[in-house]
Design a protein around this ligand. Structure first.
Ligand code: NAP
Length: 408
């Protein structure tokens, strides 16, 4: 009997001990969970204070002579920033005069030119020194000039030089990279709406085996998309490891809108193609060769909105390391098949007799166009507070600038 009582007491003790241990285990687990939560929520608070203002220091812009970069410089100056504009050749008036002229336009901010080349390590050190923000809009684009490998290197390999200079400066809090919708889009069914959660490498089967590193040197589109996606991943990681700055990406789709200088009429750019339509180049042919854009779904965004989104990406407390923002049509009004774009241009420029477009048959397009890419810049509106131009203002502004620059 005594044995039975002792055994029962031992069993009870063991049960209670195991139970206490279990409760402790749960409590420790919760504690650990809490400990994991605390630093990350604290760092969230830190992160949300790192957006910059004009009093934090200058903002450097790479690719400042370009179509997007120039508008970024203009927007920053309108907001009172001191801008370090990085160009390849300060003495090339065709590429820099429009930037220097901004200094004489009574804007609150100012611009200073710095020479730098993506291909040279350390090239951006001087321009980024003391800067609070860097907007990296420069890239070797390959509008039929560079080889696919050069496009990849100019968009990805050489970006490490830029990131190294950001780190060296030690003052940069936000690094905004001009990525592309190319880093988002991938083969999908018609009408699919792409968002920032999409990556170009998704649905690899859709590329029929073409989506490989080996094909970078063979195909410009693969080189470009891979370069943009790989750069995004590289900069978010670099920023996380460095800890002193955050990296944000802007992913534009078909950028159109007023040109600031003749040099912005780059062959094979979207704005160039609008110019072609306004010149009456039917079905998108040039020298007998069919151009891209002759039959496609245009998903358009104004270059001035793209520029503003870059600046907001440096300022917004809502943006954080790894944030990416698609810059595309605001709504369906900015998405048009080429024949619809032609009709819209006819409405906006009634005085132009012959406006190009796609081949029609009895008032309908002769060929059916694949209904893609659909995407909207809703996240940039919601998180960055971006407001956008109407598609009519954008297209009218584009055409008017072609006329003002005597390019039609
Ligand atoms: N336009 C679009 O529809 C679109 C859409 C999505 C993404 N993007 C991206 O937006 C960015 C700007 O495009 P954009 O349309 O403004 O093109 P852009 O007008 O051709 O501008 C490209 C800029 O990059 C500079 N650049 C080229 N090679 C360089 C090098 N080796 N070193 C330093 N700078 C170099 C150019 O300088 P130079 O004047 O000296 O040549 C120019 O300022 C690019 O990253 C592009 O991928 C554009």
């Amino acid at each position: 009997m005594l044995e039975f009582i002792l055994l029962s007491l031992l069993a009870l003790f063991l049960i209670v001990w195991i139970w206490i241990d279990f409760i402790q285990f749960l409590a420790e687990g919760k504690e650990e969970e809490k400990e994991e939560e605390t630093p990350s929520s604290q760092s969230d608070i830190e992160v949300s204070t790192t957006g910059i203002t004009k009093t934090d220091g200058p903002v450097a812009v790479t690719g400042a002579s370009g179509y997007i970069g120039s508008r970024v410089v203009e927007d920053l100056m309108q907001q009172g920033y001191e801008v370090h504009a990085c160009v390849r050749d300060k003495s090339n008036g065709k590429k820099v005069d429009h930037l220097l002229n901004l200094n004489g336009q009574g804007l609150e901010g100012s611009v200073q030119l710095f020479e730098a080349d993506l291909l040279d390590p350390g090239s951006y050190d001087q321009a980024f020194s003391s800067c609070a923000g860097v907007i990296h809009a420069g890239a070797a684009l390959g509008f039929n000039r560079e080889t696919p490998q050069e496009v990849y290197d100019g968009c990805f390999t050489q970006n490490e030089h830029v990131v190294e200079s950001v780190k060296k400066a030690g003052t940069v809090k936000r690094f905004v990279f001009t990525s592309s919708f190319a880093a988002v889009g991938h083969p999908r069914e018609e009408g699919y709406v792409f968002t920032e959660k999409d990556w170009c490498g998704d649905n690899v089967e859709g590329y029929r085996g073409a989506w490989t590193e080996e094909n970078i040197s063979k195909n410009r589109d693969i080189a470009y998309a891979m370069a943009k996606a790989n750069t995004e991943k590289m900069i978010y990681k670099a920023a996380e490891e460095d800890g002193s700055f955050e990296a944000v990406s802007i992913n534009p789709l078909h950028v159109v809108g007023p040109l600031m200088t003749e040099n912005h009429n780059q062959f094979f750019s979207w704005q160039f193609f609008i110019g072609q339509l306004l010149k009456g180049e039917d079905f998108g042919y040039i020298n007998g060769k069919q151009l891209r854009g002759s039959t496609m779904l245009w998903n358009m965004v104004d270059v001035r909105d793209v520029a503003r989104a870059h600046r907001l990406g440096t300022e917004s407390p809502n943006a954080r390391n790894g944030s990416r923002y698609i810059l595309s049509a605001t709504d369906r009004s900015g998405e048009m098949f080429t024949w619809e774009l032609q009709a819209k241009l006819k409405e906006l420029f009634p005085e132009i007799e012959n406006i190009g477009g796609e081949e029609m048959e009895e008032g309908q397009p002769k060929e059916k166009t694949y209904d893609s890419p659909r995407s909207y810049c809703s996240l940039a509106i919601e998180e960055l507070g971006l407001s956008t131009y109407s598609i009519e203002d954008t297209l009218k502004g584009t055409g008017d600038s072609y006329r003002a620059l005597d390019l039609l």
